[in-house]
Design a binder for this molecule. Sequence first.
Ligand SMILES: Nc1ncnc2c1ncn2[C@@H]1O[C@H](COP(=O)(O)OP(=O)(O)OP(=O)(O)O)[C@@H](O)[C@H]1O
Ligand SMILES: [Mg+2]
Length: 298
Amino acid sequence: MRALTLITGKGGVGKTTVASALALELSRRGKEVLLVSTDPSGALAQIFPGVGDEVRRVAKGLSVVELTRRAVLARWRRRFGEEIYQVVSSLLPLERDVLDYIEGVPGIEQEFMLSYLLEAANSGEYAQIVWDAAPTAATLSLLEAQRLFYSHLTQAHKLYLKLRGYLKGADPSQLIEGWRRLTLDILEMLRTRSEAWVVAQPERLPVVQGLELMQALREFGIPLGKAVLNRFLPEDCPRCGPYQSKLARQRRWAESWYAGCPQNSVTLPELTKETIDREALRELALLLLEDDSGSTHA
Ligand SMILES: Nc1ncnc2c1ncn2[C@@H]1O[C@H](COP(=O)(O)OP(=O)(O)OP(=O)(O)O)[C@@H](O)[C@H]1O
Ligand SMILES: [Mg+2]
């Protein structure tokens, strides 16, 4: 298992649940784990009450942080200060407020989020980082942001000339080189130290989107860790028609899922407990980590 595990999939399929279960179990097995959520829904606080945008220890070996957009941008501003405002604002029309530019430039926020993960990965504090990423589209745009950012930076020479007259004090070539290196480091982290776990439910949209996401991740160069099919209904069902037809539908979509990712599938059951507590998470985690060598559905 690679050091950064990215948990992704369509909205509502169980990403936060899977990420929490995995992080808890890995820490229980003695790893020092950081669970990072960039999911704006705040669902992580349901599982770990009191988590926020500062890293917080919630169990032995497990730290959790809920990284809001606001926290990431504030952190970045503290670190790069005025210089970055000047660079960004020099690339865009100047009538608008510089802060608005910073927050509105496509990819900038995602770049900041990724740099947070890179720092955490490089800090040496954690053996494993589990990243509960935002839903599918946002995750993809995050990866796209990397391409975008990099293509901006390849025009660094033009940028330099443009900035030289504009920046007072700061050396634009140094700034650009710093950004370029950061982007390369992030790309390298994503491609060599990360794996993606794609979560879906056995239904049409989550399966179709999940399989598309796997393809996009593959093209980007991030290997698939596990393909998690969550909330599968039990076989022995009550004598009721709707349940039967839902089960039949689930089986059909499960077949598409298994066909798309035959090596890495794990199936998790629909849990019947009122709340998903730590015991329930453990049950899921044991299934998630049961067999690293192949499929568990056969
Ligand atoms: N195996 C399961 N059995 C029963 N309920 C589950 C299971 N997995 C997840 N849930 C429930 O489904 C809901 C959505 O799960 P979760 O918040 O993990 O999804 P998500 O993919 O993170 O959603 P979002 O895209 O909104 O961030 C939660 O109420 C969670 O408790
Ligand atoms: Mg979530």
